[in-house]
Write a new protein. Structure first.
Ligand code: NAP
Length: 263
């Protein structure tokens, strides 16, 4: 889908070394654009950066774990000082949950997932929000999930982290009404990526990371509050709290899964 893009010139994408983040880097890479791309895996991030440079973008790479707040804030402030960020996409995230032997996540896993997915994203946002508010310009995008709308049984912390992020983004968007700083939240369904390779189970209506990037780009261009897709699953997720638990259990029995972490 082609949608006219606002003239973003300085874009930061976290979690750009893989999947949706890498596809977003490719989507936005063009001459006149400076990209800040972050991830933990230096080699995969370098490959994404090389592709973006080949498309004409200038690229700065940031290799760090975003739970290292000093590294995260240092990279974002340094990048913003050189190229004031007009689009910040907090996309980095992890999936964990039920394992192959049926065990549920423990407290350590729950903490790690929430630290990365929720606190990592709010730390990313707050490193740049004050500068955007001073400039009265900028768009911040938080990548949540349909699991943040309709909690998934096999990944409680993942669902909670994404629900928290959705709630945070919606509240902040309203709090900033009247200012020229925009907030959007993305709620994807299944998207082909390294993450979905660790998700062992059915993944109905899965789309490619490139298709997801185009939908996200179109939603950002339209300044949508929530960019949810695929549309029918988004609406089903929104309606799901109205269904009795027994109906939900029956309807979701074919999409139960376990997580096989990368070796
Ligand atoms: N794929 C789906 O079906 C789906 C559906 C809904 C929502 N989402 C959300 O979309 C986002 C992107 O996921 P994806 O599917 O593209 O997964 P992915 O291919 O596994 O990519 C995740 C990215 O996040 C980075 N990351 C993870 N933990 C990090 C940490 N502690 N510090 C710094 N970077 C970290 C990874 O970096 P390294 O690889 O370099 O470690 C990688 O670049 C996530 O927030 C995910 O929850 C995905």
């Amino acid at each position: 889908m082609a949608y006219p893009q606002p003239g973003f010139r300085s874009i930061v994408i976290t979690g750009a070394s893989s999947g949706i983040g890498a596809a977003l880097a490719k989507f936005y890479a063009r001459p006149g654009v400076t990209l800040g791309l972050t991830g933990r895996d230096a080699a995969r991030l370098a490959a994404v950066a090389a592709e973006a440079r080949a498309a004409g973008a200038l690229v700065q790479e940031g290799v760090f774990d975003l739970r290292d707040q000093a590294a995260l804030v240092g990279f974002l402030h340094g990048f913003d000082a050189g190229d004031p960020i007009d689009l910040l996409i907090a996309n980095a995230g992890v999936l964990d949950g039920r394992r192959a032997d049926g065990t549920l996540e423990d407290g350590a896993i729950a903490r790690r997932v929430i630290e990365i997915n929720l606190l990592g994203a709010t730390d990313t946002l707050h490193a740049i929000l004050p500068a955007m508010r001073r400039r009265q310009r900028g768009h911040i995008v938080l990548v949540s999930s349909l699991a943040g709308i309709a909690a998934v049984t096999d990944a409680p912390a993942y669902s909670a982290s994404k629900a928290g992020l959705l709630s945070y983004g919606r509240a902040l968007r309203e709090a900033l009404i009247g200012e020229r700083v925009r907030i959007s939240v993305v709620c994807p369904g299944y998207v082909g990526s390294a993450m979905t390779e660790t998700h062992i189970g059915n993944q109905p209506h899965k789309i490619s990371a490139d298709a997801a990037a185009r939908l996200i780009g179109a939603g950002i261009a339209r300044n949508k509050a929530v960019i949810g897709f695929p549309l029918h699953l988004y609406w089903l997720s929104l309606l799901s709290p109205l269904f009795p638990a027994a109906i939900t259990r029956l309807a979701t029995k074919d999409i139960r899964f376990h997580v096989q972490p990368r070796g």
